[in-house]
Design a protein around this ligand. Structure first.
Ligand code: MTE
Ligand code: HPA
Ligand code: MOS
Length: 749
């Protein structure tokens, strides 16, 4: 089935937040934000601004009837700064006017007097000053202290990896309208409608039942709208509550880039020990996560870093520790992979360092240590149905890695200006929210008596194609045409208490719930047909009733009308909760993931050793999709994730200066992948497997894992740099921008 949004997207007919027809009298909101990163606010003068034409009201912390608090995991984040600011871009007030232009003019007239305080932008510095979001956590398996003695080789090092701007094409935004009796409807470009509803209720001091959140689709989220769509929705809802008017905000790109958090930068120290035959016997790692000025999702992101600290490798002795460090930057947040990529970056760097020191290929160490069934990970989960070796082997064979390696060797011997690099990137990613309680979902299905069907789930469509997958489930289960079914917006009145669409689990969780609802309806409908075909096996296919595999006269529409006349319920509401998962935080042991997703990619890059620029010649991937229910969409997720990962590892460089000001604050200063940075060839092969029972239709979750193939881009470039400048000590510091590559090519010691 093609993506059901394809036609409307291409014709420009799809409705995003800013396309919603505005009500007459709609007002516009502009957040007014701090221009220093850490300070006491000694005075604010709004007088000139408030008297400017077109300005209706300026809302501050004092106007909040409920709590001035939007922290989801920890209550450490005010909606509006009150007395102090902790990062540049922190919102102090909300300007409401008859146009956004008026608001921008007024913003220039607000005068804030700051008493500046010391600024920290670096995670290690925050750690040294004991500025932490929460106490550190550590995972341990075996005994590393003892294991070092058994190791033939031990290596230590440090890695640094920068953040990443989400750059969803649709910026943050929300539109609130008043309803009766103080109720409010908010259209929000959010991955988590319930999270928004909860915070609106908290800040406005009203019950959740008075707030309806509606989300049609997002122009991309990538994690950036899991938690950080909330403040804007709360702000417009608050303005609507105060003014009894519709209030809208659709952010400008530069405001969005400045005010919102990004992927977390991490710094890490590692120690890796190997046996003579290259088995990794011990691994210790300390992660320093740069959380920014408030917790946001950092504790959960940090947890996922720990869960993925050994990637696809079995290591019998592991000690992994992580600090969430509080800095004066916008709170960093979820981003595709959710801390997993940062965890994997370190173990990959450790392996590469070991390989370089031992004069072997990193691939040899990688392959020697891939996980197999029965391996225990540092958090206690015993792996089953592992596909690390199968994807690795299939990748080597299908793409003839040995020949590629030989060709590159010859190329490098006969070229001095250009050098080629090669890297292999295996991945292993856990599917389920790491917080067990979040792994459930609901679906609501109505069949109208004309035979048309409407479906609501908790899943938010953000380009990943989840609505198309939902449609496939309905049409397959009920045996009807796609044109009979409408997938409705995600709405808190129709589906309550949802988890955000995140953790790549959107299709699994909501799909399973939807399947249950459809099966329940199917059983009731079959019972109706059974009355006319007693003792025969009833099936619904091709919009017809089949009895004992023979097509009857009864059409889908007839059957629905019969059911309606017989007063059979034509609506169903289902709930699904992932079975088997559990986790004990006090022991840091359990079985947190329903299953893992595996894959292996091979990256070939050519570096121009005069300029430091590079091109990716090819990326060859064998991926474990299980039984993909939509190969076109799933391949799209691989391509998108890969390119996003390559961008993070190579081009995208977030720069905050010492004052905590975002210097890379626009698309002119922040370089994202374009058509030229995409590998010239991307080949994706599906590994033939059974899939997993806990995946929807055995089609494994695919949203986040492919981003981690991007890591291979970094190490392929490093391989090429080493080919040009072999005897030099290189730092591990992503992104590997052309500037850094050039410096490394000519580094002496
Ligand atoms: N693909 C597109 N086109 N746009 C997105 O915003 N988000 C990613 C991934 N793929 C995203 C995307 C992230 S971060 C997640 S968690 C998953 O999609 C969420 O959707 P799923 O759970 O349905 O896979
Ligand atoms: N992944 C993604 N998003 C999340 C998670 C997770 O494990 N936990 C909370 N939000
Ligand atoms: Mo995705 S980072 O879990 O929204």
């Amino acid at each position: 089935m093609i993506n059901i949004d394809a036609h409307n997207h291409v014709k420009g007919k799809s409705i995003y937040l800013d396309d919603i027809q505005e009500l007459q009298g709609t007002l516009y909101a502009l957040p007014f934000d701090a221009t220093v990163a850490h300070a006491k606010i000694s005075a604010i003068d709004y007088t000139q601004a408030i008297h400017r034409t077109g300005i209706i009201r300026i809302i501050t912390a004092k106007d909040i009837p409920g709590e001035n608090q939007i922290g989801g995991i920890l209550p450490d984040e005010p909606l509006f700064a009150d007395g102090e600011v902790h990062f540049r871009g922190q919102v102090i007030a909300l300007i409401i006017g008859t146009s956004e232009h008026h608001c921008r003019q007024a913003a220039k007239l607000i005068k804030v007097t700051y008493e500046e305080l010391p600024i920290i932008t670096d995670a290690r510095e925050a750690h040294a000053q004991n500025k932490l979001i929460m106490p550190p956590r550590s995972f341990s398996l075996g005994n590393t202290t003892q294991a070092w003695e058994e190791c033939a080789h031990v290596f230590e090092g440090r890695t640094d990896v920068n953040g990443q701007e989400h750059l969803y094409i649709e910026t943050q935004g929300a539109y609130a309208r008043p309803k009766e009796d103080g109720s409010i409807i908010v259209s929000s470009s959010t991955q988590g409608p319930t999270a928004v509803q909860r915070m609106v209720a908290r800040v406005l001091g009203i019950a959740m039942h008075k707030i309806e959140i509606d989300t049609v689709r997002l122009g991309g989220g990538f994690g950036g709208k899991e938690d950080q769509a909330t403040p804007w929705a709360v702000m417009v809802a608050l303005a609507t509550q105060i003014l009894h008017k519709p209030v809208k905000m659709a952010m400008h790109r530069m405001d969005d880039m400045r005010m919102t958090g990004k992927r977390h930068p991490y710094s890490a120290d590692f120690k890796i020990g190997l046996s003579k035959d290259l088995k990794i016997l011990a691994y210790e790692v300390t992660h320093y996560q740069n959380a920014g000025a408030a917790a946001d999702l950092s504790p959960a992101v940090m947890e996922r870093t720990l869960f993925h600290s050994t990637n696809a490798y079995y290591i019998p002795n592991v000690f992994a520790k992580a600090f969430s460090c509080k800095t004066n930057l916008p709170p960093n947040t979820a981003f595709r992979g959710f801390g997993g990529p940062q965890g994997k970056f370190v173990i990959e760097a450790a392996i590469v360092k070991a390989a370089e020191a031992l004069g072997v290929s990193p691939a040899l160490i990688q392959k020697t240590n891939l996980v197999v069934d029965g391996n225990e990970l540092s958090y206690g989960q015993i792996l089953q149905q592992t596909q690390a070796h199968p994807t690795w082997n299939a990748c080597m064979d299908s793409f003839d890695y040995e020949a590629q390696k030989e060709r590159i060797k010859l190329f490098n011997e006969s070229n001095s200006r250009y050098k080629k690099g090669l890297a292999i990137q295996p991945i292993c990613f856990g599917i389920s929210f790491t917080n067990t309680m979040m792994n459930h979902a609901r679906a609501l299905v109505h069949i109208y008596h004309d035979g048309s069907v409407v479906v609501s789930t908790g899943a938010v469509e953000m380009g990943q194609g989840v609505n198309t997958k939902m449609l496939q489930i309905v049409t397959q289960t009920l045996g009807i045409k796609p044109s009979r079914v409408r997938i409705e917006s995600t709405n808190t009145l129709r589906v309550a208490n949802t988890s955000p669409t995140a953790a790549s689990a959107g299709a699994d969780l909501n799909g399973k719930a939807l399947q249950m609802a459809c099966v329940a309806l199917l059983e009731r409908l079959k019972a109706v047909a059974q009355k006319e075909y007693t003792d025969q096996i009833i099936e619904l296919k091709e919009e017809m009733v089949f009895a004992n595999e023979t097509k009857t006269e009864i059409t889908w529409q007839d059957l629905i009308m019969k059911a309606f006349v017989q007063r059979v319920a034509l609506s169903e509401n289902s709930h699904y909760a992932t079975p088997t998962i559990h986790y004990d935080k006090s022991k840091e042991k359990g079985h947190p993931f329903a299953y893992h997703v595996y894959g292996t990619s091979i990256h070939e890059v050519t570096v121009d050793c005069l300029k430091g620029t590079y091109n990716f010649d090819s990326v060859n991937i064998v991926h474990d999709f299980g039984k993909s229910m939509n190969p076109t969409i799933d391949n799209g997720q691989i391509e998108g994730g890969l390119v996003q990962g390559i961008g993070w590892m190579t081009l995208e460089e977030i720069i905050y200066n010492e004052q905590g000001r975002l210097v890379s604050n626009a698309l002119s200063t922040y370089k994202v992948p374009d058509i030229y940075s995409v590998p010239k060839e991307i080949n994706i092969k599906h590994l033939e497997t059974e899939g997993h029972e806990l995946a929807i239709n055995k089609s494994k979750a695919v949203g986040e894992p492919p981003l981690m193939y991007g890591l291979g881009a970094y190490f392929a470039i490093r391989d090429a740099v080493k080919a040009f400048n072999p005897n030099v000590e290189l730092a591990v510091n992503a992104p590997y921008t052309p500037e850094k590559v050039l410096m490394d090519l000519y580094r002496r010691r």
